[in-house]
Design a protein around this ligand. Structure first.
Ligand SMILES: CC(=O)SCCNC(=O)CCNC(=O)[C@H](O)C(C)(C)COP(=O)(O)OP(=O)(O)OC[C@H]1O[C@@H](n2cnc3c(N)ncnc32)[C@H](O)[C@@H]1OP(=O)(O)O
Ligand SMILES: CC(C)C(=O)C(=O)O
Length: 500
């Protein structure tokens, strides 16, 4: 069993530009608990009043996970953690020569003595103590052994080997962790940074070498290039190493998207496990294989269902006949072989022009080729859009539309006119609407200030059905609203067709 120590709310929040409100931290903590992490490092209580309150709220939430607070080897830092009611205090101190000389500026003897005092003080208060030798991977091994042995003697429950600046190669980290495990009698934990993209590989090497706890963050957030990514580490442990963790993997995508939204840090489309493309296939040969049997072109030992994702066949320049037939059938169309070839030809024509083939494009092509134009009634019909913007007013949009035959007029504000208009359109659907905008891309397709703007919008419902649509206009607000309305109509139609 490998324990999962999540530090999204501490090191993850140290991502430059990210800062969470206490309410947002609590929401994430609840989700991490639902996911099943063993430890939630909720923050660094001494760093601010808000941070202290936030850690205390999480510690008193009645979560199953142990809630941990970070502390320097300073009594006041530890007191703030204890006052915040945490179940574990994580004390850390620099141990590498470079950090000792330029940050903490104490002798090694003082550092060892203060570390012992800090650990004893934590243990005197009856909570768990985790000790980190910061910059362990650039620390002389003999000094690392000296300080780890000293804090173990002082009562530490866990020691952590951080690769603070992410400089280890997996083979070297394996050797280091193995050596530390050979002389420690308590749980060995690792904390890897991703400066060379090796944080997950190093965490896995550490587990192979005997570490039984790994520190990770959702979406790999953290200082600089971030920490070991939780989903990648956990799924590698489960599916490749056959190791057990307490993680309920079916919540991995849900968790990643929640953190993406609250931290406003976008998950790359090709991110492993949780990225939009993690189980998407466009090329004809792959799609054909996957339609026949998914593990022809997927790992198989990890499926979308295992992580709460969905498999998608995406159409474009590289598409083949089998994929188009499958996607059309799922949308309720049954073309003949000739019609299928014609639809495929038109899709490739769009792809050759460098265009993304949206779901709305496919539907339009299919309806033209199958002679089914304008068959379905549009659920949402746009009547009027008005926007106000400027340097002294808050951008505001008013939208008048028919939604399922009922006329509605709604207004909203936004960071800009497009945002305000998009929000107003969403309001038309009602408060309970579970449709949300997932992708939004604006491109100028001609030059100059009168350029034609092309907008591609993707919307998604709670079932994970995704639909994209485009519009092109000189007016960027109108292009955005039209693309959104088109995408919403297509999604509502898809919901109707697929729930029959
Ligand atoms: C690798 C990591 O991620 S470690 C965690 C890093 N996270 C953070 O720093 C986020 C929160 N930090 C903060 O809010 C602030 O830095 C605080 C409140 C902790 C300290 O703020 P300030 O008192 O203004 O000090 P500042 O941040 O400029 O410098 C750090 C001080 O801590 C000392 N320090 C650093 N690590 C330790 C340690 N483990 N034990 C004792 N002292 C330490 C430094 O020597 C320096 O002391 P000095 O002021 O006497 O020179
Ligand atoms: C506090 C320690 C574990 C840390 O964040 C690091 O070394 O990167």
């Amino acid at each position: 069993m490998v324990k999962i120590f999540d530090t999204t709310l501490r090191d993850g929040e140290q991502t430059p530009g990210v800062s969470l409100t206490p309410e947002e931290k609590l929401i994430i903590a609840r989700q991490l608990d639902k996911l099943g992490v063993n430890v939630i490092e909720a923050g660094f209580p001494v760093s601010s009043k808000g941070e202290f309150e936030s850690v205390r709220a999480i510690a008193n939430e009645g979560l199953t996970a142990t809630v941990c607070g970070l502390s320097r080897i300073i009594k006041n830092d530890i007191d703030r953690c204890l006052d915040a009611d945490v179940g574990m205090v994580h004390v850390f101190v620099s141990t590498s020569d470079i950090q000792i000389a330029h940050t903490i500026k104490k002798s090694r003897e003082e550092i060892v003595a203060d570390s012992i005092k800090a650990v004893e003080y934590v243990k005197d208060h009856g909570v768990l103590c985790l000790f980190s030798a910061m910059d362990a991977t650039r620390t002389p091994p003999a000094f690392l052994r000296e300080i780890f042995t000293a804090v173990e003697g002082a009562g530490a429950d866990i020691i952590n080997i951080p690769d603070t600046v992410g400089v280890m190669a997996p083979s070297a980290f394996h050797r280091l962790v193995k050596e530390v495990c050979s002389y420690m009698n308590i749980l060995v934990d690792v904390h890897c940074h991703n400066d060379f993209g090796l944080a997950v590989a190093n965490s896995l090497a550490a587990v192979e070498a005997g570490a039984r706890e790994v520190q990770v963050t959702v979406n790999g957030l953290g200082e600089r290039a971030g920490n070991a990514n939780l989903a990648e580490t956990v799924m590698s442990l489960h599916s490749i190493y056959g190791a057990k963790t307490s993680i309920r993997t079916q919540y991995l995508v849900e968790t990643a998207r929640l953190v993406e939204r609250l931290t406003e840090t976008r998950i790359p489309i090709n991110a492993p496990i949780v990225g939009d493309n993690a189980f998407s296939h466009e090329s004809g040969i792959h799609s054909h294989g996957v339609i026949e049997r998914s593990d022809t072109f997927e790992p198989g030992i990890m499926t979308p269902e295992m992580v709460g994702h969905r498999r998608r066949i995406v159409l474009g320049k590289h598409t083949g006949r089998h994929a188009v037939k499958k996607v059309l059938e799922e949308a309720g169309y049954h073309p003949t072989e000739d019609q299928l070839q014609e639809i495929l030809r038109r899709i490739k024509e769009l792809g050759d022009k460098g265009k993304q083939v949206t779901d709305a494009d496919l539907q339009t092509i299919a309806e033209v080729v199958l002679g089914e134009i304008a068959k379905g009634e549009q659920a949402l019909v746009l009547k009027e859009v008005a926007v106000m913007t400027g340097n002294t007013i808050t951008p505001t949009a008013t939208v008048r539309a028919l939604f399922r035959g009922e006329e509605k007029v709604l207004a909203n504000i936004g960071v800009g006119p497009v945002d305000a208009a998009v929000k107003a359109v969403r309001e038309i659907l009602g408060q309970d609407s579970l449709i949300r905008v997932r992708d939004f891309r604006i491109e100028a397709i001609t030059g100059g200030s009168d350029a034609l703007a092309e907008v591609v919008i993707g919307v998604e419902d709670t079932e994970g059905r995704k639909v994209s649509a485009r519009s092109a206009r000189e007016d960027i607000v109108m292009a955005s609203v039209e693309a959104l309305v088109s995408a919403i109509n297509r999604l509502l139609l898809l919901e109707e067709r697929t729930s029959k």
